[in-house]
Design a protein around this ligand. Structure first.
Ligand code: 4AD
Ligand code: MG
Length: 484
């Protein structure tokens, strides 16, 4: 990483410098203040890395009155500028420290409640005092939680993983495509869409409402997936990917569902299901390796404090071949397991029904002992656009399942035959006139093509071990939750 010279130095860079008593300025937030005889130790953190830098004030050596006054009221959470010299540290566990001479408090953080002249000016004590807080409590203060080690690490991991994803695709001739956020179609056909409208409530209450009067002249929604639009560009420039927010109004209050999440969707022309699976595996391994190499401090922290063994687990997965199994064989495996223990699952596995997360867990953790790609699902439980197999029952779908989490990727080969696609759409009561542009891709220069969607937050959950998806996105949106 470059140390950009036009901005104040970050603590992560200062900690790597050779201590030569050079004059140094520190900017950050106070983690702790301790006093011992004539010495005052202030640990400052700026979130650029886990470690803070220790700044030692020596009253014996003389401190100016302004600094003395600032030190007297300094408390955890305050933002400061500290000036001093970078010297070798006599303390254990740190190579350098600041022999500090001046302290300027930029912003206080009250250690106790302070009442103001009006209620608006009242200030509650800074909620992040030096003790361990539960993830549930921190979720309620999502605007302050990035100042903790866990959420600082989650934020750095998220940013670097996003960059690694772009790098993977950019270096392999995939073009980053911006698909619309507002759409008129339902890509997944699951009906879990947020409506976008400027119609007034009186108009909306009419049965039926007149959407020709709405902003776009038709009924519109927030997108659930950029796939259909990505297919148009894959059918022109061969390899594209999207990476953007997607929205689902699913009423599922689980640890792996959000109403607003980020999805990565590559789409590749001239690629069949086997190519798609190979791409998904290569891509995931690349991203896992990037996490191991580029976020080693963060992973070490998650391994120690969040999910034991996460590093070893990622290493193993990055080195092993993913297991492939058809949906039909997966159901047989699950049925066999039930025959041995009828209490094993809450939901009975049955051909034709979607796999429940307990089934996904069993397949990864017991059947395969690692990631599994399940293929060829019954057409009834998958979206209209998937390529139909000759058996008339299944489609060329693939889901990548991983231990602890279940589905991390969903993808498929797309139906490229116009007649078959139209037939399937009418079976599913979809109006072809709503999808005429999509069908044009099958009318003009149709090619076999495939793609998948990775839930970015699911990836972050898997890599960090954070069990709740609301802890890997800065401001989670879920049923009943749109704070901040
Ligand atoms: O399986 P899904 O619904 O597939 C699609 O949307 C396809 N159009 C993708 C494609 O082929 N281009 O969603 C893809 C992935 C899931 O595997 C899961 O990781 C994630 O998106 N996902 C969610 N993540 C968080 N919260 C939710 N509510 C999610 N729904 C799906
Ligand atoms: Mg899916």
């Amino acid at each position: 990483m470059y140390n950009i010279s036009v901005l104040p130095k970050l603590i992560k860079h200062i900690l790597c410098e050779t201590p030569n008593s050079q004059k140094t300025e520190i900017f950050g937030w106070v983690r702790t203040k301790r006093e011992m005889k004539n010495l005052v130790f202030v640990e400052v953190n700026d979130g650029s890395c886990f470690a803070g830098i220790q700044c030692t004030f020596d009253r014996g050596a003389g401190i100016d009155t302004q600094t003395e006054a600032a030190l007297a009221v300094l408390s955890t959470g305050a933002s400061v500028k500290i000036t001093g010299n970078l010297v070798p540290s006599p303390a254990e566990g740190q190579v350098v420290e600041i022999a500090a001479t001046a302290l300027m408090t930029l912003g206080d953080a009250a250690a106790e409640n302070v009442s103001g002249q009006t209620a608006d000016l009242d200030i509650q004590a800074y909620p992040l005092q030096k003790k361990r807080h539960s993830l549930e409590f921190l979720r309620e203060i999502a605007h302050l939680r990035p100042r903790t080690n866990t959420f600082g690490a989650a934020a750095r991991l998220r940013s670097r993983m996003a960059f690694a994803i772009h790098r993977y695709f950019q270096e392999r001739d995939f073009h980053y495509l911006h698909t619309p956020i507002i759409t008129a179609g339902d890509c997944e056909g699951a009906g879990a869409m947020f409506q976008v409208t400027t119609l007034d409530p009186k108009e909306l209450a009419k049965q039926p409402a007149d959407y020709s009067k709405d902003f776009f002249g038709k009924k519109t929604f927030l997108t659930v997936s950029g796939q259909l639009e990505a297919e148009t560009y894959a059918s022109a420039i061969s390899r594209v990917y999207t990476f953007g927010p997607t929205f689902r109004a699913e009423n599922s209050n689980t640890a792996r569902h959000l109403a607003e999440f980020w999805m990565v969707e590559p789409e590749v022309a001239f690629a069949e299901l086997e190519d798609d699976m190979a791409l998904a595996e290569d891509f995931l391994k690349y991203v896992f390796n990037s996490a191991l190499n580029e976020c080693s401090d963060e992973l070490a922290f998650f391994d120690a404090h969040v999910e034991k063994g996460i590093i070893e687990n990622l290493r193993q997965v990055a080195g092993a071949k993913f297991t492939h199994i058809t949906y039909t064989d997966a159901i047989k495996e699950l049925e066999k397991a039930v025959a041995g223990n009828s209490e094993l699952f809450e939901f009975e596995p049955r051909w034709g029904c979607d796999l429940q997360s307990e089934h996904e867990k069993f397949l990864t953790e017991n059947t395969a002992g690692g990631p599994v790609i399940v293929t060829d699902y019954p057409k009834e439980i998958k979206a209209f656009y998937m390529k139909q197999n000759d058996d008339g029952k299944t489609v060329r779908a693939m889901d990548v399942l991983v231990p602890r989490l279940g589905e991390i990727i969903g993808g498929s080969q797309r139906e490229d035959n116009l007649e078959r696609l139209i037939k399937r759409m009418s079976e599913m009561s979809l109006k072809t006139e709503d999808y005429s542009w999509y069908l044009d891709l099958r009318r003009y220069g149709s090619v076999p093509h495939s793609g998948f969607g990775l839930g970015f937050e699911r990836l972050l959950q898997y890599v960090s071990g954070l069990a709740n998806i609301r802890d890997v996105i800065p401001f989670p949106r879920a049923v009943g939750q749109a704070e901040f």
